[in-house]
Design a protein around this ligand. Structure first.
Ligand code: FES
Ligand code: FE
Length: 345
């Protein structure tokens, strides 16, 4: 599936840049092939519009922000968060025609990021209740550009059998390729839920950071994964010590073959137990392991199961394909692949 060729994907929220990045002025971001300018208005609320001035099509992200409006670097026209042109410096005091506007998009601040939806939303921004729970602290993971599609990213998150290969010394157990049985796998209203234990043998997770009481031998991590259509997942890891690490991550679609890994981590321990810097670095190590392999996977993931070969542990991946296929069908779309519309069934 080529994500930029499926308009329904424009109807979901995606995290883009950290809100803090907007302090430096307007910033560019590309979402589903759409070049955007993001900036903060007078009240610090994020705003998003096409990164193309209506005058001579200069990039607004190269400009500056004044009084909450983004100013074009070429002749200084200013646009507010609705996209309306509010100033033409060459025609002071004159009425500005409505048609001078640029297209603006819905943009919301959540979990410290600017979330953007390019069309009428079909769903809300995925919830992360821990972000408002005083027992948890919330951290931003390092955003990372992945040279793979968002669908390949989500497919990997739902894959319970790669850990012993890709994360053999971090999350998994390189001494055995056998995944533990998935305990629970079911559809939800807007995605999937699955729970699978992960044998964790000799990793830094166990030894240094998480469970001081487990000093030797493997431990079993309970991983719960909730997928929100189309490209967000929540991963709950429960450690034997009672510590919980909750990650809400999105493979924000930039183009058909690239996505931005954007993640928020919530943990119910303290900075003294495990510094935020160390927690973020630890996940970055795991993310790098995924990135290295995902960037060698074909980005055009087919939704039709018959086009690939599968094994028992791929059940969630196949359910994901079916859900995305049904989403397209429900909105009158057919899958578009590199070879054209209607991917071979
Ligand atoms: Fe933007 Fe002229 S190109 S003001
Ligand atoms: Fe992985």
């Amino acid at each position: 599936m080529l994500v930029t060729a499926q308009p329904v994907l424009r109807r979901f929220w995606y995290p883009t840049l950290p809100i803090a990045d907007l302090d430096a002025g307007p910033q560019p971001f590309t979402l589903l092939g759409q070049d955007l300018v993001l900036w903060a208005d007078k009240k610090g609320r994020p705003a998003a519009a096409v990164d193309r001035c209506s005058h001579r099509f200069a990039r607004l992200s190269k400009g500056w922000v004044k009084d909450g409006a983004v100013n074009c670097p070429y002749h200084g026209w200013a646009f507010n968060s609705s996209g309306r042109c509010v100033e033409v410096p060459q025609a002071p005091g004159q009425r500005i025609p409505h048609g001078y506007k640029v297209t603006a998009f819905r943009c919301e601040k959540r979990y410290g990021y600017a979330w953007v939806c390019l069309d009428e939303p079909l769903d809300v921004i995925p919830e992360l209740p821990e972000a408002a729970d005083p027992r948890f602290r919330v951290m931003h993971l390092d955003s990372e550009l992945f040279h793979c599609s968002s669908t390949v990213g989500v497919d990997n998150a739902l894959d319970s059998s790669h850990h012993h290969y890709v994360h053999g010394t971090t999350l998994g157990d390189s001494s055995s390729p056998l995944p533990m049985a998935v305990q629970d796998l079911r559809e939800t209203a807007n995605g999937l839920f699955m729970s699978f234990p992960l044998r964790n043998n000799g990793s830094t997770l166990r030894d240094r950071d998480i469970d001081d009481r487990a000093t030797s031998g493997p431990i079993t991590l309970i991983r719960q994964l909730t997928w929100y259509v189309p490209f967000t997942v929540r991963i709950d890891i429960k450690f034997p010590s009672g510590i919980q690490a909750v990650t809400l991550l999105t493979y924000t679609p930039i183009s058909d073959s690239t996505c931005q890994y954007v993640g928020v981590l919530a943990r119910n321990d303290t900075e003294r137990d495990f510094s935020a810097k160390a927690a973020i670095a630890e996940i970055a190590t795991i993310v790098k392991e995924d990135k290295d392999v995902l960037e060698c996977v074909d980005y055009d993931l087919p939704l039709h199961a018959a086009q690939q070969r599968h094994m028992a542990s791929d059940k969630a991946s196949l359910m994901m394909r079916r859900k995305l296929h049904d989403l397209l069908t429900a909105h009158g779309e057919t899958e578009v692949t590199r070879t054209g519309p209607g991917g071979t069934p």
